[in-house]
Ligand binder design. Structure first.
Ligand code: SF4
Length: 346
């Protein structure tokens, strides 16, 4: 059966569009050769997670070995250590035939809007940025209908962002503008390359304006969330960018960060933070949060699964079936307790 799927291109499988990956994993009904083949791949993938975990002898539970860190990687450990284990320790990759079945349209819509903003702030006109991004996303990742409904509808908001930023630039002395800025720092907070061997903390910052007076304005673009929700939920992410810029790019005098809510066309800014706070409290908070997430995992004595809203975005959800008492990964979670056993000193 496996052979059947391997001869079917991902495009062909997608074109049938009637196969939902959760069904593939969860149902025992046979709906055709392709479905059977996908089930087989899914089963093999699940087995491979168990085999790899069994083969793994040790996981060093310290902040260096588990790094390099990013805000999103830390969030995964805080929210669900089991997902962290699968994603960052085992580095499990969803088989290509099944990955094609996952609905990534929400993420692709966000990426397309980000790409347009990136192109605009690199100097393209709004029209050219739209045309360039469309070529990248349609029809490969988004259908024409999705583009029209989700991307064309925010053109006015994106144009307004550009006008607001242009007006800000006219009112302030701007030293440099960065877009999609990739930053890396070492464990002792020295600048390093994003992919360097000694990188300990990384971040990709959507938009930064450095001013002549030494201040920075940092923006993160968000497509989906409503502006009415404010930036409280994004504060940890925004705060993490300030030390990253200060230590990983250039020392700054202070910074203001905020979120550009694309769907609502609103930019909401946080309060200004001075250098002392960036190099003190904010830097320390990143270290404490990483240590805290590791300690909490160690206390549980396993990479435990933690169910929540984040399961919606978890690529392993179809296998985890976390809400069911007999979740597929329950035994795998148990088997990770070997990494937390106290070793006897010989
Ligand atoms: S589905 Fe939820 S509980 Fe299961 S691994 Fe993913 S995030 Fe954790």
């Amino acid at each position: 059966m496996l052979k059947v799927v391997q001869t079917v291109s991902g495009h062909h499988i997608k074109a049938r569009n009637s196969i939902n990956m959760t069904d593939v994993v969860e149902t025992s009904e046979t709906t055709g050769e392709v479905n059977e083949g996908l089930k087989e791949i899914s089963k093999e993938f699940l087995e491979s997670l168990y085999t790899q975990t069994k083969a793994l002898e040790d996981v060093a539970m310290d902040e260096i070995s588990l790094g390099p860190w990013s805000h999103s990687k830390l969030k995964v450990l805080e929210k669900c250590p089991l997902q962290f284990f699968l994603k960052y320790v085992l580095k499990a990759k969803i088989p290509a035939a099944l990955a094609g079945e996952q609905d990534t349209s929400a993420a692709d819509i966000g990426s397309a809007a980000h790409r347009i903003l990136e192109l605009i702030f690199k100097g393209y006109t709004v029209a050219d940025a739209y045309a360039g991004a469309k070529k990248e996303f349609v029809p490969e990742k988004l259908s024409e209908e999705m583009w029209t409904a989700n991307i064309e509808t925010v053109e006015y908001n994106i144009t307004q962002f550009k006008e607001r930023i242009d007006s800000f630039k006219q009112r302030h002395k701007v030293k440099k503008v960065y877009t999609e800025l990739r930053l890396g720092i070492t464990r002792d907070w020295k600048a390093t390359k994003f992919f360097a061997a000694d990188v300990w903390l990384r971040g990709v910052v959507d938009f930064v304006i450095l001013l002549d007076n030494g201040d920075a304005m940092i923006l993160d673009w968000k497509y989906g969330p409503p502006a009415a929700g404010g930036i409280r939920n994004f504060k940890q992410q925004l705060d993490s960018y300030k030390p990253l810029i200060n230590f990983g790019l250039v020392p700054i005098k202070g910074a203001t960060s905020g979120v550009g809510f694309i769907k609502d066309g609103e930019i909401v800014l946080d309060q200004f933070t001075d250098k002392e706070e960036i190099e003190g409290k904010m830097k320390n908070l990143i270290e404490w949060n990483i240590e805290g997430a590791i300690e909490s995992t160690k206390e549980a004595k396993a990479f435990e699964h933690r169910v929540g809203n984040h399961c919606k975005w978890c690529e392993f959800a179809p296998w985890c079936k976390a809400k069911k008492a007999d979740g597929n990964l329950k035994d795998l979670e148990k088997s990770t307790s070997k990494f937390f056993e106290i070793k006897k000193v010989e």
